[in-house]
Structures are given as C-alpha cells and as structure tokens.
Design a protein around this ligand. Structure first.
Ligand code: PLP
Length: 431
C-alpha cells in the first residue's frame, strides 16, 4: 500500500483496504468470541507467540485490530491495544510496568477519574502515585527514586488547559530508564506526544475519536522507541521471567516480532487476566468516528477559538482560559506542543460566582449539560457543583476550579448558534 503519513488519509485508510472474501469496504463487525485454528500446530504457535493471530476476543479481534492499527499510525507508534474504557487504558498502562512496592510520578493536572484511580485504587493495590506540579519539569526528577517505573501526564488537561512539558519530562526519564505515559485524549491530531519523546500514549476514545457520544472505549499506543532492555533493574517486569506466561522475558521473547514488548505484554497478560476488552461493536463505532476526526477537530478548534475571543469581550465574564490566550511559559508550551489548533475546551469564570455559574448552565438551550468532552455537539458543565463537588474548596482551587468556573467543550454547530446560546444564558445568569 502507498506510504502515507497525513492524518486525513491515515484515519480513513490505515490498517484496512477491503474484505478479501466479500469485498466489503467498510470494516466488518467481527462479532465473534473465538477463531477456528488451522490445526494443532497453528494453535500451539499462537499460544507460544511464535506466530501472531486471533485466539479469543478478550485479547484480540479483527475489527478492533483495524482501530488499533489506525490509532497507532496516527500517533506515530508501532502498535496499540484497545480497551473497554479510557480508565482501563490508564490503569493497564501503569500496571503493565509497576507492581506492589513500585511508584510512578504523575502530574497534578489530570482528569479527576484518573486522579481517583491513582490516588486511591492503585494506592490500595500497593502502587504509590507521587503527584507533582508539572509547571517545573524538575519536580519529576525530585520525586523519583529507584522504585519509580513511569512518569505520567496529560497533554491538554482541563480545567487549567496548561500544556504538559512533554519533551522536558521525557528527556529526564529516558536517561533513567523511566518512560513517559501521556494521556492525549483532549488533543488528538493537534498534538503527537510521541514526536516529542513520549513512550506511551493513552486516549479515552469515548471523546473526540468516537465524536458522537455513543460508546465508551480506550486505547494504549506503544511508540516502540523505548530502550527497556538497557534498564533491567529499573524495568523488572519487562526484563525478568514472567511466571504468568511460562517464564517469558518480554524484551527477549518478543524481539522477533518487533519493538512491541510493552504492548504485547499488556495484551497477553493484563487484558487476558482482567478482561476490560473493547467490544467489536464499539471498535466499529470508533472507526466510524476516526474517519472524520481530522475534519471535526479542525472545526471544533476554529469554533472554540471564536467562542474564547467572544467571551473575552463579554462584561459578564471575568476570565477566559483558552490556550490561544496564554502568555509567558504557558504560551511557549502551547506553541511547542500544539499544531493547527488550540483544542475544543474553553474555560471561563462568570461574574456572580457559583450561583451565576449554575444559572448559566440551567439557561442553556442548545449546549448540552453533560459530564463529557469532545462530542460533535457543544457541551457545558459547572465543575464546582458537579465533577469537582467532592473536593473541598482548597483542593478545588488547586485543581483550577474556582466557584465561578464554567467548562465548555465546543462542537461543530454553526458558530452563530453556539454564541447566541451562550449569550442568552449569560444574560439570564445575571438575573
Ligand atoms: N482521560 C481523560 C483526559 C478523560 O477526560 C477521561 C474521561 O473523561 C478519561 C481519561 C477516562 O475515559 P473513560 O470515560 O472513557 O473511561
């Protein structure tokens, strides 16, 4: 097949041409649990990983495989693993290289669900997550000890929308044998963390990749560029015999198949043991979404920038948080890590505090009031009374959530209709 590397082409063509038996151009939904082996030797080869192929849909599926190939190429990786949700992707991405007694160092600016997973659930499982302020990359180094197995951050975390210093933190980790895992959920297409040194990229495909608010899913993408083998003590789970796969040493066993030790281990151990596989039907939905992602994200970024500029002129708004409006070091990071758009998320603080924020949300007629981002439709939420309401006011402020903060996720409706709905709700918020 022609060698192409532009997102607009990758999202439509990568990993699939047509079905060899039916000629079907759309990727079929392979709604099957299992796959007939050719003979006992074939079955044995698949189980011993001397040959890659379909065994059971908990660990692989031909429909899901197309999505994995497409997203791996889109992000500049070598292979990917689809999961039942973004949360599963984040959990597996860490658990694949960290176990009880180990730690990871993580940015404080992350999605609340990931924070909860890391601060409570992983902690209860014996994996310590050390949270640090990402504005100074050296904080990652300072929190590192001999048990640190990964660094973790989000490219474009809300509500602050401060861009993560990907290269700076990846450079610190690479010398120590510590990979950087980046959640790129909020910035597909407009940022490619692997180009800046990230080792692993995760997405909640639920958001922009699906784009139509129909399905929950996640993905882990392996850059194939990390030198796991040179850091045997730092990365024991990839360099020591794994009793859960008849003593395989992943960096050695997988070598003939390419630089996919990390992602293959995740598939055939954690996905095998815990489940959390993406359903083939959802994989199909994400493939449909992916086909138009480059067009949608372009339009969403364009609309969001216009909304941010419009809000900046409004007397009912005290502050607008949007990457195109940043200054200083935050602006430098925007310029370095975002291309052709600033994302679809817009934050603003409304005159009149928490009551005005709630009134604004209750007055919206076009924008949906939902706990989601990245949809083709425009969405809004008031974090202080919803997503961040369990945090005390001090922790809310630390997370960037003031009582009057409103988060918008701008869609692809006509810009005049989006702005008109926001304006009428702003007027009502004052009454
Ligand atoms: N990462 C980010 C940045 C998110 O915004 C979310 C969900 O909102 C997740 C991960 C979790 O994804 P999911 O809801 O698909 O489990």
């Amino acid at each position: 097949m022609t060698n192409y590397n532009k997102p607009e082409t990758i999202t439509l063509h990568s990993g699939w041409r047509s079905d060899p038996t039916t000629g079907s151009v759309a990727v079929p939904i392979h709604q099957t649990t299992s796959y007939q082996f050719n003979d006992t030797q074939h079955a044995s080869n698949l189980f011993s990983l001397t040959e890659l192929g379909n065994i059971y849909t908990r660990i692989m599926n031909p429909t899901t495989d197309v999505l994995e190939k497409r997203l791996a190429q889109l992000e500049g990786g070598v292979a990917a693993l689809a999961t039942a949700s973004g949360q599963t992707a984040s959990a597996i991405a860490v658990q694949n290289i960290a176990k009880v007694g180990d730690n990871i160092v993580c940015s404080t600016d992350i999605y609340g669900g990931t924070w909860n997973l890391f601060a409570n659930t992983l902690k209860d499982q014996g994996i310590e997550v050390r949270f640090v302020d990402p504005s100074d990359p050296n904080n990652f180094l300072e929190a590192t000890n001999e048990k640190t197995r990964a660094y973790y951050g989000e490219t474009l975390p809300n509500p602050k929308l401060n861009i993560f210093p990907i290269k700076e933190v990846a450079d610190i980790g690479r010398k120590l044998g510590i990979p950087l895992i980046i959640d790129n959920t909020a910035s597909p297409i407009i940022s490619r963390p692997i180009d800046h040194g990230a080792t692993i990229v995760v997405h909640s495909t639920t958001k922009y990749i699906g784009g139509h608010g129909t399905s929950i899913g996640g993905i882990i993408i392996d850059s194939g560029q990390f030198d796991w083998e040179s850091f045997k003590e730092r990365q024991p789970l990839l360099n020591n015999p794994d009793p859960s796969y008849h003593g395989a040493i992943w960096t050695e066993a997988v070598k003939p198949l390419g630089p996919i030790a990390y992602i293959l281990k995740a598939r055939v151990t954690l996905l095998r043991d815990i489940g959390g596989a993406m359903s083939p039907f959802n994989a199909f939905q994400f493939i449909q979404g992916l086909e138009t992602l480059p067009l949608r994200i372009k339009e969403q970024c364009k609309n969001a920038k216009l909304v941010a500029e419009h809000l900046s002129l409004s007397k009912a708004v005290t502050k607008v948080i949007y990457p195109s409006l940043f200054a200083g070091e935050n602006k430098n990071r925007v310029n370095k890590y975002l291309n052709n758009g600033y994302g679809a998320l817009v934050g603003f603080e409304i005159e009149g505090g928490i009551d005005a924020g709630k009134k604004f949300i209750d007055s919206l007629e076009l924008l949906y009031h939902v706990a989601n981002i990245g949809d083709s439709r425009s969405l809004a939420i008031h974090p202080a009374s919803t997503t961040h309401s369990q945090l005390n006011s001090k922790d809310q402020l630390k997370a960037g959530v003031t009582p009057s903060y409103v988060r918008l996720s701008i869609g692809i409706e006509h810009i005049e209709d989006i702005i008109s709905d926001i304006d009428q709700a702003l007027t009502k918020s004052k009454s």
